[in-house]
Each structure stands twice: as structure tokens, then as C-alpha cells.
Design a protein. Structure first.
Length: 102
């Protein structure tokens, strides 16, 4: 699978502390946009991220950020929240995890 960078998955524990679940090579496809609603404009940035490692520890409601980040210098406002995780176990080189984030 072709990758265009790395991404870091950050998890929040019950006490509100951040831990880095892992940094993985990925194909990051970002969509930047805005939604217009009755009460005004809302940021609608989202990303589709493809991780070629099906053993990666990625869960819904984790944070994901492009690049390598440690838990100590992580800022939630610079990251997206993972909304969906789908393991594509096709066999061979096509295995990957598809992550939707917003």
C-alpha cells in the first residue's frame, strides 16, 4: 500500500491523561470544508486515513493527528477524533485499517 506520511493515535484514559497508542505509516486523505447550517457556518474538516498494519491499536473516539507526536506535546485542537474504524483483511498486501475522522 502506498503511504504519504505517518499518523499518531492518541488515547485519553479515565483521568483525562493522554497516551500515545502508536505511530503508524499511513495514507492520509484530508477534506477541508465548511457546512452552512441555520445558525451559521460550521467547520466540516474530516479525513480518511488508511493504515497498512491491521494490528494497529486504533479505536473509535481516539484522537488521530498527522505526523509523529508524543503525549507530552499533544494538543487536542490540532487533531481529529476517530469516528469509524474498519479492518480490511483481504490477504496479502491489500490488508489495511480504514479510519474515518472528524
Amino acid at each position: 500500500m502506498f503511504t504519504n506520511g505517518k499518523c499518531t493515535v492518541i488515547r485519553t484514559d479515565d483521568d483525562g491523561n493522554y497516551t500515545a497508542a502508536g505511530t503508524y505509516p499511513c495514507m492520509w486523505q484530508k477534506v477541508k470544508g465548511y457546512e452552512v447550517k441555520k445558525y451559521g457556518q460550521e467547520n466540516a474538516n474530516k479525513a480518511a486515513v488508511y493504515i497498512p498494519d491491521i494490528t494497529a491499536d486504533v479505536r473509535e473516539e481516539d484522537y488521530i493527528i498527522r505526523g509523529t507526536v508524543t503525549a507530552e506535546n499533544f494538543l487536542p485542537e490540532n487533531a481529529l477524533v476517530i469516528t469509524s474504524v474498519s479492518v480490511k483483511d483481504y490477504g496479502g498486501e491489500l490488508n489495511h485499517i480504514q479510519v474515518g475522522a472528524r
